[in-house]
Design a protein around this ligand. Structure first.
Ligand SMILES: *Cc1c(COP(=O)(O)O)cnc(C)c1O
Length: 380
């Protein structure tokens, strides 16, 4: 699905030097590279504070902890997503409320959220899924009306830009009370291990997050709150500082690959190409197609894998369907959209190193399959 080695080879000297410098400095934890990377990322995102941490799941946990919520407070998050949000809310004794998503963008909508708001609701966690921003203008306005926090899960959309109706442009993760991201290797900005960060324009929340990531410490050995130990290593920060310079060009390569896929597949009646939101750019963390009901997804996956083409299902099962998250269902009777998506989506290889020949091979293989759909015996 990704080609991290080829991406590395292109900037090997620069990366190796940066890593070597950290080793020679022996400043492995909270070294100058961590501070420098955070400053560069603040500048890139146009946000006042970046608080680095150990991974994207911790980032969500730290963000929720910073809000000073009480047990039983409700957090609204999408049913169609990676599990991290629901998981950390539950760990903190908060109540996750799952909400169905939009059939085109696969993300939360203000209308869907509004139905789930109760007197206990304290925060909304929109996930900028697959690389584009959730409808932030309507979500922020709803949050304002009901006095709710907004935490943007930006793990899949770093660098994506949202345009408000007045023309104002903001980067993903900088519009809500807090934003969170992951630097997992396969994310659009990935390091060579685990990493993550919290973003915020609110200085008080930033101070809170900085204490939480470091055992709740203010001055050394003076504890202000219950915290955790969640750090970004200096070596990871050094890698990220180099790769951040290339993030826009990486996102452009992904967009070009997506444009290629779109062009080939747009006339295919068995496939729905990704719907691009009017208000957001798309950084294509994933290129996800919807298959029509007459395509047997399992058979297609087997066929593609047989041709040496990795394909994946993000996500095969809705969160509400797992027994451990069953109690997160409140108002929703049936998650019609998420159920349908989980049985019809398929994601194709998407990364920064997709050459035209590779794209040709992937698309022609898929087209071959569809051409022979009603006559599978002719397939080799
Ligand atoms: C990857 C991801 C996370 C978790 O990030 P980790 O660094 O793996 O902990 C959270 N939310 C979403 C939407 C993700 O894609």
């Amino acid at each position: 699905m990704v080609d991290l080695k080829s991406q590395y080879i292109k900037i090997q000297k620069e990366i190796d030097t940066a890593m070597q410098q950290v080793v020679l400095s022996s400043s492995f934890i909270n070294g100058p590279e961590v501070i420098a990377f955070s400053a560069h990322l603040e500048n890139y995102l146009g946000v006042a504070n970046v608080i680095p941490c150990a991974n994207g799941t911790d980032a969500l946990q730290i963000a929720l902890m910073a809000l000073g919520l009480e047990k039983g407070d409700e957090i609204i998050c999408p049913d169609f997503t990676f599990v991290a949000t629901a998981e950390v809310a539950e760990l903190l004794g908060l109540k996750t409320v799952l909400v169905d998503v939009d059939p085109d963008t696969f993300m939360l909508t203000a209308e869907g959220i509004e139905k789930a708001i109760t007197s206990k609701t304290k925060a909304i966690v929109p996930v900028h899924l697959f690389g584009q921003c959730a409808p932030m203008e309507s979500i922020l306005s709803l949050a304002k009306t009901h006095n709710l926090f907004v935490i943007e899960d930006t793990a899949q959309a770093i660098g994506s830009v949202y345009t408000f109706s007045d023309g104002r442009k903001e980067k993903a993760g900088t519009m809500g009370s807090l934003g969170t991201t992951s630097f997992f290797p396969s994310k659009n900005l990935g390091c060579f291990g685990d990493g993550g960060a919290v973003f915020t324009n609110n200085d008080a929340l930033s101070e809170k997050c900085k204490a939480i990531v470091n055992h709740g410490m203010g001055d050394q050995y003076f504890y202000e709150c219950i915290g955790i130990n969640s750090r970004l290593d200096s070596i990871q920060a050094a890698v990220l500082k180099v790769k951040l310079k290339y993030l826009d060009s990486y996102n452009k390569s992904r967009l070009e690959a997506a444009n290629y896929y779109d062009k080939v597949f747009s006339s295919c009646k068995e496939l729905s190409i990704p719907v691009r939101s009017e208000n957001s750019t798309h950084v294509f963390h994933q290129y996800t197609l919807k298959l029509s009901a007459d395509v047997n997804r399992e058979a297609l996956v087997t066929y593609m894998l047989g041709r040496g083409i990795p394909v994946k299902i993000y996500y095969p099962k809705p969160l509400h369907s797992f027994s451990v998250y069953k109690h997160c269902v409140t108002i929703e009777k049936d998650f019609l959209i998420t159920n349908e998506l989980c049985s019809s989506v398929i994601s194709l290889p998407m990364h920064t190193e997709l050459e035209v020949e590779t794209l040709q091979y992937i698309t022609s293989s898929l087209l071959d399959y569809l051409k022979n759909l009603y006559n599978p015996t002719t397939l080799n």
